[in-house]
Design a protein around this ligand. Structure first.
Ligand SMILES: [Zn+2]
Length: 173
C-alpha cells in the first residue's frame, strides 16, 4: 500500500490541500514576511520551504506598501532573494509569448495522452488537464499584465519628460 502511495506522488502531493498552502495562496506577500528572514531565507522544514518557493510573488507587504525582494544578478536580470527565480526586466512580445505557450502546451498535451493511456490515477490525469488549462489561460493574462505595466511606465516617462521640459524652460529664462 505504501508503495502505491509513493507511485502516485506528484509535485504538490501532500501540500495541495494543506491549510498553510491555502493561506499562502490567499496572501503570499502578506504571509511570507512572517516565515522568512530579512535577507529572504525561508524558515521551516523542507516541505514549507518548497511550498513558499513555488508560491513566491517576489515581493512582500510592509505595512501598506509592497517591497520588491530582488537584487541584480549581474547579467542584466533580477534575482528573487526568497525563491531564487530570475526575472527579466523587459516583458516578452506577444509573438514570443505565443510561441513559448505553444511549446509548453505541446509538452503538456503529450503528458495528457500518456497519463490517460497508461491508466494513471484520475488525480494525475486531472492535474495535467488543469495545468493545460492554466497555461492556456496564462497567455492572455500575461499579455494583459505586460500591457498594464508598459502603459504605467509610459505615463511615468511622459511625466518625467514634461517636468524636464519645464525645468529647461526655467533655465533659459
Ligand atoms: Zn520569488
Amino acid at each position: 500500500m505504501s508503495k502505491k502511495k509513493k507511485k502516485n506522488k506528484t509535485l504538490l502531493s501532500g501540500i495541495n490541500e494543506s491549510k498553510e498552502l491555502q493561506m499562502l495562496l490567499k496572501d503570499p506577500a502578506g504571509v511570507i514576511p512572517a516565515i522568512t528572514s530579512k535577507k529572504g531565507k525561508i524558515k521551516g522544514d523542507k516541505k514549507t520551504r518548497k511550498m513558499v518557493r513555488l508560491v513566491c510573488p517576489h515581493c512582500i507587504k510592509k505595512g501598506n506598501k509592497m517591497k520588491v525582494k530582488m537584487k541584480p544578478d549581474g547579467n542584466g536580470n533580477m534575482r528573487c532573494q526568497i525563491c531564487g527565480d530570475i526575472i527579466k526586466p523587459k516583458f516578452f512580445s506577444k509573438e514570443e509569448v505565443h510561441s513559448r505557450t505553444k511549446k509548453e502546451l505541446e509538452m503538456i498535451s503529450q503528458g495528457k495522452l500518456a497519463a490517460q493511456s497508461l491508466g494513471l490515477p484520475s488525480s494525475n490525469v486531472q492535474d495535467i488537464a488543469l495545468t493545460y488549462m492554466a497555461v492556456h489561460k496564462y497567455e492572455n493574462t500575461y499579455n494583459n499584465i505586460a500591457e498594464a505595466v508598459n502603459k504605467k511606465d509610459r505615463i511615468k516617462r511622459n511625466k518625467k519628460n514634461k517636468n524636464r521640459g519645464y525645468q529647461s524652460y526655467g533655465s533659459w529664462s
